[in-house]
Each structure stands twice: as C-alpha cells, then as structure tokens.
Design a protein around this ligand. Structure first.
Ligand code: CP
Ligand code: NVA
Length: 312
C-alpha cells in the first residue's frame, strides 16, 4: 500500500496517489449519505476559519458549491472577482496579493485564466490553495464526475469511459485520473486539430503525456459499443479563441441520440456544464433519462466538502 502524503493543496489529480483519490471519493460518498439534508453549520470542522474564493473567470457551480460547502462546515467565505482587486489592473503583484490573502484566510480557492498563476501562488501562499479551474485543468470537476460514476455503477472497476470532442481542461483532469489506474479504461474521440491544440497547451506546462493509445481521431464503433459513460464539454472554453476550423470538425463528435444508442444500454451521459445544447450535445441526450448532469453538478458540493475536510 502506498503511504499517503499530507494533502497540502488541491491543484491537480496527478499530485495524489491512487489510494488518496480512492479514500477521498469513498469518504465523500460516505459523508454525503450520512449527512443527508445537511444544514448550514451542522458540521464544525471549519469553525472560525475563513476561505477566500477568487474568480478571474465566470462561474455558477464552483462559486455556489464551494460557498455552500464552507458554510455547511461552519466556516465563512469571501468571494472576490478578478475585477474587484488591484491584481487585475496591474497595480499590485500576484505575490503581494497572495500574501494579503494569507493574512485574512485559512485557504484560497482560485479560478484563473492561466494555470501558471496557481503554480506561482503556491510559491508564496501560507495557506492551502485549491484549483477551482484553470486553462489547463479542472480537478474538482473530475472528482465530482468520478463520484457520480461510482454512485451509479457501484465502482470504477472495468468501466469504459469515453470522452467526445475537444480535449479541454476537464478532459485533461480525466487523462490524469486515468493515469492513476483507478480501474477504468478511458478513450477520447476528438479531431486531430483539437488534439494538436491540446498538445501545444500542455507543452507550455512541460507536461509529457503519452496519448497514443487513448486518443482516436474518429469514432470507434467497437469502443463505443462497450462504453459505460459518455462525457463531453463545451466547444468554446472560457478565455479561449474560437477556431472556426476546429468548431467545424467537432461537428462529427456531437453526442447525439444515435451515438448513445450505439453505446451500452445503461450508458450514462455526463457534462461538467455549462452546456451548449445546439453544439456538443443534443437536447434529447442531455435532458434524456440516461443523463446524470444534475447528479454530477450536485456532487461538486459533496466532493469539495471532503477536500476541505482534508485540507483546512
Ligand atoms: N462545471 C463548472 O465548473 O461550472 P461553473 O463554471 O458554473 O463553475
Ligand atoms: N472547459 C470549460 C469548463 C467549464 C466548467 C471551460 O473552461 O470553459
């Protein structure tokens, strides 16, 4: 058994051992079932603690679920948008901003344009830092997705999980989760142009991933026929330029009713949201009986509460 190291920050799935990820997921499910209908302040683990939630980009779910998580654990939170503070006007450095955050908080949750901002934050922060999405990754989303699948299918063991469309920040966290040997097989169906954009992005962060056996530039019907979970994401991630060629090519990777009918009968559909119902997924799929988008969105609260219990 691998020895768990002390969890100091929650930046990327790759930073954790398989055991740590499994423990986190199982405890999140256990606590969710134990604390059904939990009220604000019903658990005192964050009593007297303050969390700063900092958003350089828009958010609905991450903002709501983290704010509620902190309050249910008896902590307080301050939400800051990028435009609220001197950092965005260039009047104050990131380093001085984060040192100030550390004076007034016991933890910082950050949604940033550039993943490097999170890495630079780690250099100066005296309090734990949680990645609430960057251009590179979205680990909290992936953890909520894994939790939803375990609840639905009983475990991750021998499942086939298939990603359709652009290789986004969410997909990156799934690639990292897959590399942890959690028991599931992972395939990505994505056009070459989209794969190349992803490869150039990860090279900025010196990530070296072998995608050969995972990424397919066409839909493989054999893999699809054994797929238990289909996932996708928006074709236009926040802050990214829209490349018309990529959008055109992604059209072949829409998740349609016909795609769902070729997967296993009990295959579920998941999406991190927000979704564009005329692009990446058909309305009949995202609102269909095999869709688990709302379970996944509500599990953001439960998995993030578990991250806070461990970290703060
Ligand atoms: N999935 C997700 O992170 O949603 P928000 O952008 O609304 O926070
Ligand atoms: N890939 C999307 C995820 C949103 C939760 C984006 O970055 O906009």
């Amino acid at each position: 058994m691998q020895r768990a190291h002390i969890m100091k920050n929650f930046i990327d799935i790759k930073d954790f051992t398989t055991e740590e990820i499994n423990v986190l997921l199982n405890s999140a499910i256990e606590n969710k079932n134990k604390n059904k209908n939990q009220n604000l302040g019903s658990e005192e683990i964050l009593s007297g603690k303050n969390l700063i939630l900092f958003f350089e980009k828009n958010s609905t779910r991450t903002r709501l679920s983290f704010d509620l998580a902190v309050k249910q654990l008896s902590g307080s939170s301050i939400i800051l948008n990028g435009s609220d503070i001197h950092l965005s006007s260039g009047k104050e450095s990131l380093s001085d901003t984060i040192k100030t955050f550390s004076l007034y908080s016991d933890g910082v949750i950050m949604r940033v344009n550039n993943h490097q901002t999170i890495l630079d934050t780690l250099e100066v922060s005296n309090v734990p830092v949680i990645n609430g999405l960057s251009n590179l990754s979205h680990p909290c989303q992936c953890m909520a997705g894994l939790m939803t699948i375990i609840e639905e299918k009983g475990s991750l063991e021998n499942l086939n999980i298939t990603w359709f469309g652009p290789i986004t920040n969410v997909a990156h966290s799934w690639i990292e989760a897959h590399s942890k040997n959690l028991g599931f097989k992972f395939s990505i169906f994505s056009p070459n142009r989209s794969r190349d954009l992803y490869l150039s992005k990860i090279s900025e962060y010196k990530e070296n991933l072998n995608l050969e056996s995972i990424v397919h530039d066409q839909i493989d019907d054999e893999i699809l026929s054994t797929t238990d979970v289909i996932m996708t994401d928006t074709w236009q991630s926040m802050g990214e330029e829209t490349d018309e060629h990529v959008i055109k090519e992604l059209d072949d990777f829409r998740v349609t009713k016909s795609i769902m009918s070729k997967a296993k009968k009990d295959c579920i559909f998941m999406h991190c949201l927000p979704a564009n119902r005329v692009q990446e997924v058909e309305e009949s799929v995202i609102d269909g009986e095999n869709s688990r988008i709302w379970e996944e969105a509500s599990n953001r609260l439960h998995v993030q509460k578990q991250i806070l219990r461990r970290l703060i």
